[in-house]
Design a protein around this ligand. Sequence first.
Ligand code: PSV
Ligand code: MN
Ligand code: MN
Length: 388
Amino acid sequence: MTSFSDIRPLLAEQAIELPSWAFGNSGTRFKVFGTPGTPRTIQEKITDAATVNDYTQLAPAVALHIPWDKVDDYAALREFAAEKGVRLGTVNSNTFQDDVYKFGSLTHVDDAVRRRAIDHHLECIDIMHETGSRDLKIWLADGTNYPGQGDMRGRQDRLAASLGEIYARLGDEQRLVLEYKFFEPAFYHTDVPDWGTSYAQVTALGEKAMVCLDTGHHAPGTNIEFIVMQLLRLGKLGSFDFNSRFYADDDLIVGAADPFQLFRILVEVVRGDGYGADSPVAFMLDQCHNVEDKIPGQIRSVLNVQEMTARALLVDRDALDAAQSAGDVLGANDVLMDAFYTDVRGDLAAWRESRGLAGDPMRAYLASGTQERIAAERVGGTQSGWGA
Ligand code: PSV
Ligand code: MN
Ligand code: MN
C-alpha cells in the first residue's frame, strides 16, 4: 500500500505556472463582465499570481503573452517578479489578432505575412532571453473554413519551414512547444489540429521542440490520458495547458468539470516519469475566469491539480502491476479507483501546515482582506487579451 507519508516529499516538487491572462477580465462574444480588483497592468497581474503562490507554494512562475504583456524593460519586469517571489515563465506568441493574419500566419501563402509572423516569434525569443524564460509556446489559429479554401499540404509545408526558422534561433537552454487544437477559430480544417501533427512537426525540428497538450483542445470522448502516455513514451511531452471543458474550449477551472479525467491524466504523468522537479514536462494553467474572482479561481485551480496529483501518486503500482499481469480486470480497476476515492484533503491540509502555510489556502485568502483591498485600490481593471 502506498501511504500519504510516502508521497509527502514528492508533493513539494509540484510547480504550476499561472497564465497572466487569467488575471484580466475575460468573457465570451456575448459579454465581458468586469470583476472588482482586476489588475490594470502586467505588474499587478504578477502581484496577484505571487499572491496565489504565497498561499499555496504551488505556483512559482507566471506565463506571459506577447503583445498583451509587452513592456519596455523586460529585465526590470523579471526583477519585479523576483521581488514578489515568482519568476517569469513561458512566453506565448500571438499571431491571431491582427487583420494581416486573417488567412493564416506561419502557414500563410504570402511570404510577407509569413515573414511578419516568423519575426514576431524571433522577437519573443529575444524577450525570453531577457525574462529568463525557457519555453516559447506556439498556438496557431491557422486553418480554413471551407473545403478548397486553402491547400492543406502547402500550408503544412510552409508551417514546417516557418517553424524551422524559429527553431534555429532558440538558445541552448530554450525550447519550443507547439500546441494543437482540433477546431476554432477555423472550422473546416486547422493546421495543427492534433497531437500527431504537432508531434510530426516538432520531431522534424529536433530535441528542443516538444508538444504542448491543452486539456481543452480535444473532441468530446477523446482518451486524453492515452495521448499523455504516448507523448511521454516518445519523449515529446513538453507541457500541459490545464483547464476543463464541458463543450468546446471552455477554459474553465481545471478539475472542475471532470476530476476523474484529471486524475487519469496525472496517473499517466506519474507512470511516464513526467512528474517531479527533474521532469521536462511543464505544468501550466490556461484558463479564464469570466464570472468568478480571479485570485480565488487560480487558487482553486492549483489546489485541484495538487489534490489529483496526490491521489495519482497514491496508486499502488505493485498491486496494479500484479492485478494487470494476472488478468484480474476488476482487481486492477479497484486499485486505481481506491486511489481516486481516497480523500486526501485532511492530509494535504496537515502537510501545508507543516510547511508554514494555511491548511485551507482558499479560506485564508478570503479572510485576509486582500480581495477587498484590491477592489478598492484598483479602479478600471483591464481586460485580458481575450476580452479585447
Ligand atoms: C486558444 O485556444 C488558446 O486558449 C490556446 O489554448 C492558447 O494556449 C491560449 O489561447 C493562449 O494563447
Ligand atoms: Mn492553451
Ligand atoms: Mn485554448
